[in-house]
Design a protein around this ligand. Structure first.
Ligand code: OXD
Ligand code: MN
Length: 586
């Protein structure tokens, strides 16, 4: 048992109660210091939880391999535990709080015997921000401790922020034997409590991230008049030095990290894109009637496959040190590799399951949802505003998904209500970030389907009402980088070239770029979209990327009904009217 490093009575009481339940051999009070990190890493390496990577090539980097059935978020095992199922809404799994508490107390009783319980104090948000929240995670996973120190502002700083207050999130994580049968990710918003069992996968167990910053966060945001969103935040500085702040909501593994770290192509090299956040935005109307955003996180928990010097050089620099890799492949000299890292795979690897792998092996070497966990301060494109407690004023909100057909490269919603409808009807082909079938189209409103901590119909109403508190509402856009032609090839090259789309968006928010009206919204006119210096892209392909097929869209509009019918009882009527207007325009 190390000594408590806080005198906060509510913290002491809760740690004592939890220790009584879980019966760890030892309680370890984390302080967030470097010496503590070094000692924990040594212990994790000695116990085989981490492998020390080649320190010449990857200083400060370590490798973790999970069990084979604990590799992604478990949406089917994620619950919102509020008094009635109506409050959780039809898109969430629900269980009554008393029933879930009783089940989980049973699972956690004595679950840490022979283990250490680590007490992790952390902040979500920059120090001193009125939006910042305190969390405490009690866990028996050393991997979680080391990852939370990267992903959050962890240590004494959190107790300083909390003082003698009681307003902190209570997070309990018991690894158990990581058997999926006992896996629960349970949220109790009324008690500001999260309990996660029998997993060690980041999205299920780094409780500050999806559980607090999004599910509990969105529930609190609805009560307190702000927004907790699955959005990146970036700063776009124009050649004249004007900065425009933009957020974008894309579903998991659809390129938020790449977009947040975008490097413009040579033709637009005078633009500077800097990252504020790559996954989560907390946003609140400011006194001046603009919407201000902070990134509550301090690190990136990103998908490794596909990341390389061409697709995301800033991420490659970020993860070249101080990074924990999970489920990627290893080279014989303890470097890391994943599909898409280099054009040619190495001749021999150890795959994510620990087996020998060669280029002829039938399975990928890295798991498709293998991850890096890296501190944001390593990012060469980090915006200094990432630490600004006041946040940044947002001029544009972008929604987007992964769709092979129908959805054009970019369009702008006519107004806020139409924008909420467009965001609500977002759809995407599923990815490996959650367990289940990959490549199936699902509706993922505002990329929040797996993360909204209350009834989604009420969530849309909250978005609509927020408009009344904004004098300068952000303009709303929709993008799709993933449209394919009849041969299956992506039409738009994506990555750095997305700067061209971003440039049009930025110029639109300042009233400088023209647009053409279509049934879906405003799209760039032929002279308003900068295709200068684009080698290998036939300008005629732009028409394909932007094509709006009326017949195809009439069918698409019908598919919006899936969600509308599911949420009908709670759906704001404004969205039904928007649907009527869309159908009429088509
Ligand atoms: C993530 C996710 O890890 O959305 O960010 O799954
Ligand atoms: Mn995410």
């Amino acid at each position: 048992m190390t000594k408590p490093n806080t005198a906060n009575p509510a913290v002491l009481r809760w740690v004592e109660e939890t220790a009584k339940l879980c019966q760890p051999d030892r309680v370890f009070w984390c302080d967030g210091s470097e010496s503590e990190k070094d000692a924990l890493i040594d212990e994790a390496v000695a116990r085989g939880i981490l492998i020390r990577l080649n320190q010449k090539k990857l200083p400060g980097c370590y490798y973790h391999r999970s069990t084979v059935d604990d590799v992604a978020r478990s949406e089917a095992r994620t619950f919102i535990c509020v008094p009635t199922s109506e409050e959780a809404g039809p898109t969430n799994n629900w269980m009554a709080p008393a029933e879930m508490y009783s089940k989980l107390r049973g699972l956690c009783a004595g679950a840490m015997r022979g283990r250490t319980m680590y007490v992790i104090p952390y902040l979500m948000g920059p120090l001193g921000s009125p939006l910042t929240k305190v969390g405490l995670e009690l866990t028996d996973s050393i991997y979680v401790v080391l990852s939370m120190r990267i992903m959050t502002r962890m240590g004494q700083i959190a107790y300083e922020h909390l003082g003698q207050g009681e307003d902190f999130n209570h997070g309990l994580h018991c690894m158990l034997d990581v058997n999926p049968k006992n896996r629960y990710i349970a949220h109790f918003p009324q008690d500001n409590t999260i309990i996660s069992t029998s997993s060690n996968y980041g999205g299920n167990v780094l409780l500050g991230k999806k559980c607090l910053a999004l599910r509990i966060g969105s529930w609190l945001a609805n009560k307190e008049g702000w927004l907790a969103e699955h959005m990146l935040i970036l700063s776009a500085e124009s050649p004249s030095g004007e900065k425009t702040y933009v957020t974008a909501a894309f579903p998991s593994a659809c390129g938020k990290t790449n977009f947040a770290m975008l490097v413009p192509p040579p033709h637009l090299a005078a633009w500077k894109i800097r990252t504020i956040g790559d996954d989560i935005a907390w946003m609140k109307p400011g006194a001046d009637g603009r919407l201000y955003a902070i990134n509550p996180e301090a690190g990136y928990f990103g998908v490794a496959p596909g990341t390389n010097r061409r697709t995301n050089p800033n991420a490659m620099d970020t993860i070249s040190r101080d990074t924990i890799y999970t489920n990627v492949a290893l080279t014989p000299d303890l470097d890391v590799w994943w599909e898409g890292k280099t054009d040619q795979p190495p001749a021999e690897l150890t795959d994510w399951k620990g087996n020998r792998w060669t280029p002829g092996s039938p399975e990928p070497a890295a798991h498709p949802n293998s991850r890096f966990c890296a501190p944001m301060k390593n990012n060469p494109a980090l915006a200094p505003e990432a630490d600004d407690p006041n946040g940044v004023p947002i001029s544009a909100i972008i929604f987007g998904g992964r769709r092979s057909t129908a959805i054009p490269l970019v369009y702008q919603a006519f107004n806020w209500i139409h924008g909420v409808y467009v965001g609500a009807c977002m759809s995407s082909e599923t990815t490996a970030a959650a367990t289940g079938e990959v490549g199936k189209i699902r509706r993922d409103p505002m990329a929040m389907l797996p993360f909204c901590g209350y009834n989604m119909g009420q969530y849309f109403r909250h978005w609509l009402l927020l408009r009344k508190r904004l004098c300068v509402p952000p303009r709303i856009f929709y993008v799709n980088w993933f449209r394919r032609d009849s041969t299956g090839k992506f039409i738009w090259p994506g990555f750095g070239e997305n700067m061209r789309v971003l440039k049009w968006i930025v110029e639109r928010t300042h009233g400088r770029a023209d647009a053409v009206e279509t049934p879906l919204g405003w799209v760039p006119g032929p002279r308003d979209f900068d295709l200068g210096g684009m080698s290998g892209f036939d300008p005629a392909a732009m028409a394909k990327a932007q094509e709006i097929g009326l017949e195809e869209w009439r069918r698409e509009a019908l598919t919006h009904d899936d969600l509308m019918l599911k949420l009908y009882a709670d759906l704001p009527k404004e969205l039904l009217f928007q649907r009527e207007l869309l159908v009429a325009r088509l």
